[in-house]
Ligand binder design. Structure first.
Ligand code: MG
Length: 339
């Protein structure tokens, strides 16, 4: 499809409640959106970057700066989240024009994906169980470990340390008796040998997240046998095609995978659900219903079904109806790139 115009918009959306992790507290989210308009239709993309580099080096500002060049087809090294946002918008436009869903385009094998509620330090886990989640992820640090699980063992539970056990690696063992599905990123991003040692020692599967920062990093982690499971965040790898490649590499290596979340709006969530429906993503996705984070999403809401799953959109493109009026109301910055 020939693109005529790429519109970049930053929307500011309040969270239902603050999300508090080892990386800080988030009370609202500024999200950079890409609206690609071509001769045969239009599409939307979302950038995973946040306003600060607390979790990942790219920011809304850095993506804003490079996206006009990416849209013009100029060479832009690095900036995977900016590239991913543009790729998503163009793919959405092309697939809508071809009347094909992203899930079908990727070769998805399921129409529902088990959702996970991620509990920050100030969240009430019981409220997530009451809302129907069957999979939980609890943020931990050595100062705020999970000591026991007070809910039914039918609930799949993981912990996510965001690398904070690097200063007290021996204490990861405290988490090994809890019957967890996984201990996510206990050690530092670069510490593949430390994670490999933990993987050999622990009964619980070690899952990498921050360490999976690129396809090369994924290959290195697989070669080191650093973990039995990997978190694939499409935006961080450079987009949907890169996530598909990561999926294939993990399947070949016999490594379990899940799709990671980045406080997405419905646009990014739709794309992530299509990826999570690929056959190798056997673990619950780190994706939740819209009302976990947003008072008002910018697409039709994603709602949990009775078994704690989210439906994979099957409409053309991303398969969600984008609420342009909600986007207009919350837009705080925009830039039009005429092509
Ligand atoms: Mg994580």
């Amino acid at each position: 499809m020939k693109l005529d115009l790429v519109e970049l918009l930053v929307v500011r959306l309040p969270l239902v409640q603050p999300f508090v992790t080892a990386n800080g507290s988030t009370t609202e989210r500024e999200v950079l959106l890409v609206h690609a308009i071509g001769d045969d239709g239009e599409g939307w993309g979302e950038c995973g970057a946040e306003t600060t580099p607390a979790y990942w080096w790219e920011t809304v500002s850095s993506a804003r700066e490079v996206l006009p060049s990416i849209a013009r087809g100029e060479s832009v090294a690095g900036h995977p989240m900016a590239h991913a946002a543009f790729e998503m918008a163009v793919l959405d436009a092309e697939l809508r024009a071809r009347n094909t869903s992203l899930a079908a385009h990727l070769g998805a094998s399921r129409d529902r994906v088990t959702a996970t509620a991620t509990a920050g330090f100030e969240d009430d886990v019981e409220s997530f169980l009451g809302a129907g989640y069957r999979s939980l992820k609890v943020k931990v640090t050595p100062d705020r470990p999970l000591l026991r699980i007070s809910w039914s063992d039918e609930i799949v539970t993981q912990v996510d340390a965001n690398g904070t056990y690097a200063r007290e690696p021996g204490r990861v063992r405290e988490l090994d008796e809890l019957g967890l599905l996984a201990i996510e990123q206990p050690l530092a991003t670069e510490d593949l040998s430390g994670h490999a040692a933990l993987s050999r020692e622990l009964r619980t599967t070690v899952c990498l997240d921050e360490s999976v920062s690129s396809l090369d990093a994924l290959d290195a982690a697989i070669a080191h046998r650093a973990a039995g499971a990997m978190t694939i965040k499409p935006a961080r790898l450079g987009g949907i095609a890169a996530a598909h490649a990561a999926h294939d590499r993990c399947v070949e290596a016999g490594v379990v995978m899940k799709v990671g979340g980045l406080l997405e709006t419905g646009i990014g969530r739709a794309a992530a659900l299509a990826v999570a429906a690929l056959p190798g993503f056997v673990w619950p996705a780190d994706l939740s219903a819209s009302d976990r984070y947003w008072r008002e999403d910018i697409t039709d809401s994603f709602v949990l079904d009775a078994s704690g799953c989210l439906a994979v959109p099957d409409g053309p493109g991303l398969g969600v109806t984008v609420h342009v009026d909600a986007i207009e109301r919350s837009t705080v910055w925009r830039n039009r790139v005429q092509l």
